[in-house]
Ligand binder design. Structure first.
Ligand code: XMP
Length: 513
C-alpha cells in the first residue's frame, strides 16, 4: 500500500484541490467524508490527516463534525479554515463570528520561523482567506505562530502532537507559496517520501490489472479521448492480446479522428482494435431530429446498440474496462451550494450498456486528470492524444443546431479542423479548456467576388475552465480571430459569416446543445 495522506472533506469547494496539491508533492492522497469513523481511518495507516475547509459554522445545527477521537489518533493533522475551527472547537478553544468576513488576499506574518510548516519560507507571505468565524481562544497545548491583519491566530500549532491549523487556504493558487506549506506538512511533519509518481504507478497498476483479470478477456470502448486512450494503453501493457478495444465511428467525429485512433492504437501499439463504422445508422437515426435532448438520447441509445452487437462479435469477455477517474467516484458531501450539484445529467448518455453483464476494470479510478495525462506520456502515447481537449460523446451533433445532415456535418467538421489547426499553431490549444466551431443554421446575406451569397454562420467558442462546471470565454488575440474568420469563410463552402461566442458558464453552457 502507498504511503498516504487522508483528507477529510467538510464540503469545501477546494477539497479535490488539496488532494491534488498533496499528490503534486509525490505523496498519495485519499478523500474521505468528514464523518468517517476513526477506526476506519486508522486501518488505512495514513501518515497524516488534512481537514478541509467548508461553508458551515461549527455552531450551526447541521454543522458537519468529525469523530471526536480524531485528534487522539497520534497522526499529524493539518486543519484548514473550517478544519481549524473544528480543531479549536474540539480541543477546548473558542470560535466566534468574526464580525467582518475576511475574504480575499491577505498578508501573513510568520511570528515563529521554527514552525515546520514555514520551513524555507519568508517571514511574510501572500495568502488567500475566505472565512467569517474566527478562533478567539486557542485550544489547549496550541500556540499562535502567524497572524494576518484580521486574525491573530492565522496559523497555530501544537508542536509536540504535530497538530497544525491554518485560517487561510494554502491549496489555492492565490496563496502562491501554499504548495510549499503543504509540502512541508507532508514531508517534514509527516515524514512521507516521494513515493507517488506515475512511473511507479504503471508497475503497480499493471500488477493489479493482471491479478484482477487473470487469463480472462477484457473489452474496452475506445473513444479517442484521453481517459479511454490511457486506460487502453495501460491495460494493453498489462495483458496484451487479452484486451480488445472497440472503436465506434458514429459519423459525428472530428476530421481524421478515426484515422488517428487506428494509427496510434492499431499500427503503433498493436492493440487488437475492432473498428465499427456505424455512420449511416447514426445519421439515419438523426434525420429530422431537431430537439437537443432527443438528439442526445438517439445518439446514446444507438451507441449502446452498436456497442453491444460489436462486443458480441468480439467474443466472450468477462470484463469491461472503463476510464473512470477519481473525481467520478468521490462522494461529495451534500452541502447546499456545493457546485457538484450543477453537473448536467446529459453527461451520462453513452455510458455502460445496462443489460450487459460485465465485471469492471477501472485502472484510472484513483487518478486525477492531470495524473492521467502524465501516465499517458509515461506509456508513450502521443501529445496529440494526451493533451487533447475534451470532446462530447454525441460529437459534432451537439455543435450543429437543429437537424444534423451530411452537408452540415461537412461544414462544422471543416470549420473545426481550421480552429484546431490555428489554435495549435498559435499554441493556444494547449493553454485553454476547449475551442471549437458551432454551426448556426441561420442564413445571412454576403458577397463573394461579384456574387451575392446566402449562407450559414459559424460561431467560435473558446473557453477556459478547471473542470467544465464553470467556464469563462477566452480573450483570444484579434490577429488569431482574424485568421480563423478569414480561413473559415474562404475555405469552408456554405459559410459567409463568423461570430465569437462571448458567454460564460453559467448562465450559458460550454456546448451549444
Ligand atoms: P456543458 O455543455 O454542459 O459541457 O457546459 C461541459 C463539458 O462537458 C462536455 N460535454 C460532454 N462530455 N458527453 C461527454 O463526455 C457529453 O454528452 C457531453 N456534453 C458536454 C463539454 O464538451 C464540456 O467540456
Amino acid at each position: 500500500m502507498n504511503e498516504q495522506i487522508i483528507i477529510l472533506d467538510f464540503g469545501s469547494q477546494y477539497t479535490q484541490v488539496i488532494a491534488r496539491r498533496v499528490r503534486e508533492c509525490n505523496v498519495y492522497s485519499t478523500i474521505l467524508s468528514f464523518d468517517t469513523p476513526v477506526a476506519e481511518i486508522a486501518a488505512l495507516k495514513p501518515k497524516g490527516l488534512i481537514l478541509s475547509g467548508g461553508p458551515a459554522s461549527v455552531y450551526a445545527q447541521s454543522a458537519p463534525l468529525p469523530d471526536p477521537l480524531l485528534f487522539e489518533l497520534g497522526i499529524p493533522v493539518l486543519a484548514i479554515c473550517y478544519g481549524l475551527q473544528i480543531a479549536a472547537f474540539f480541543l477546548g478553544g473558542k470560535v466566534e463570528p468574526g464580525g467582518r468576513r475576511e475574504f480575499g488576499k491577505g498578508t501573513l506574518r510568520v511570528k515563529d520561523a521554527g514552525c515546520a510548516l514555514f520551513k524555507n519560507l519568508p517571514a511574510e507571505l501572500q495568502v488567500w482567506n475566505s472565512h467569517a468565524d474566527k478562533v478567539t481562544k486557542l485550544p489547549k497545548g496550541f500556540r499562535s505562530v502567524a497572524e494576518t491583519e484580521n486574525s491573530r491566530h492565522a496559523a497555530i500549532e501544537n508542536r509536540s502532537k504535530k497538530q497544525y491549523g491554518l485560517q487561510f487556504h494554502p491549496e489555492v493558487a492565490h496563496t502562491p507559496r501554499g504548495k510549499e506549506i503543504i509540502s512541508n506538512f507532508v514531508h517534514t511533519v509527516c515524514g512521507c517520501g516521494k513515493t507517488w509518481t506515475m512511473r511507479h504507478y504503471v508497475d503497480q497498476a499493471v500488477e493489479e490489472i493482471r491479478a484482477q483479470v487473470g487469463k480472462e478477456r477484457v473489452i474496452l470502448g475506445l473513444s479517442g479521448g484521453v481517459d479511454s486512450s490511457v486506460a487502453a494503453a495501460l491495460i494493453h501493457k498489462a495483458i496484451g492480446s487479452q484486451l480488445t478495444c472497440i472503436f465506434v465511428n458514429n459519423g459525428l467525429l472530428r476530421a481524421r479522428e478515426a484515422d488517428v485512433v487506428r494509427e496510434v492504437f492499431g499500427r503503433h501499439f498493436k492493440i487488437k482494435l475492432q473498428y465499427e463504422d456505424a455512420t449511416d445508422l447514426f445519421l439515419k437515426k438523426l434525420v429530422k431530429v431537431t430537439d437537443p435532448e432527443r438528439k442526445r438520447k438517439a445518439i446514446g441509445k444507438t451507441f449502446i446498440e452498436v456497442f453491444e452487437s460489436a462486443a458480441k462479435r468480439a467474443g466472450k469477455a468477462r470484463f469491461l474496462a472503463q476510464g473512470t477517474l477519481y473525481p467520478d467516484i468521490i462522494e461529495s458531501v451534500p452541502i447546499a451550494g456545493n457546485p457538484a450539484a450543477m453537473i448536467k445529467s446529459h453527461h451520462n448518455v453513452g455510458g455502460l450498456p445496462k443489460n450487459m453483464k460485465f465485471e469492471l476494470v477501472e485502472p484510472l479510478k484513483r487518478l486525477f486528470k492531470d495524473e492521467v495525462r502524465q501516465l499517458g506520456l509515461e506509456l508513450g502515447l502521443p501529445k496529440e492524444i494526451v493533451y487533447r481537449q475534451p470532446f462530447p460523446g454525441p460529437g459534432l451533433a451537439v455543435r450543429i443546431l437543429g437537424e444534423v445532415t451530411p452537408d452540415r456535418l461537412r461544414i462544422v467538421r471543416e470549420a473545426d479542423a481550421i480552429v484546431v489547426q490555428e489554435m495549435k499553431s498559435s499554441d493556444w490549444y494547449y493553454k485553454i479548456w476547449q475551442s471549437f466551431a458551432v454551426l448556426l443554421p441561420v442564413r445571412s446575406v454576403g458577397v463573394m467576388g461579384d456574387e451575392r451569397t446566402y449562407d450559414f454562420t459559424i460561431a467560435i467558442r473558446a473557453v477556459d475552465s478547471q473542470d467544465g462546471m464553470t467556464a469563462d470565454w477566452v480573450k483570444l488575440p484579434y490577429d488569431l480571430l482574424e485568421r480563423l474568420s478569414s480561413r473559415i469563410i474562404n475555405e469552408v463552402k456554405g459559410v459567409n459569416r463568423v461570430c465569437l461566442d462571448i458567454s460564460s458558464k453559467p448562465p450559458a453552457t460550454i456546448e451549444w446543445e
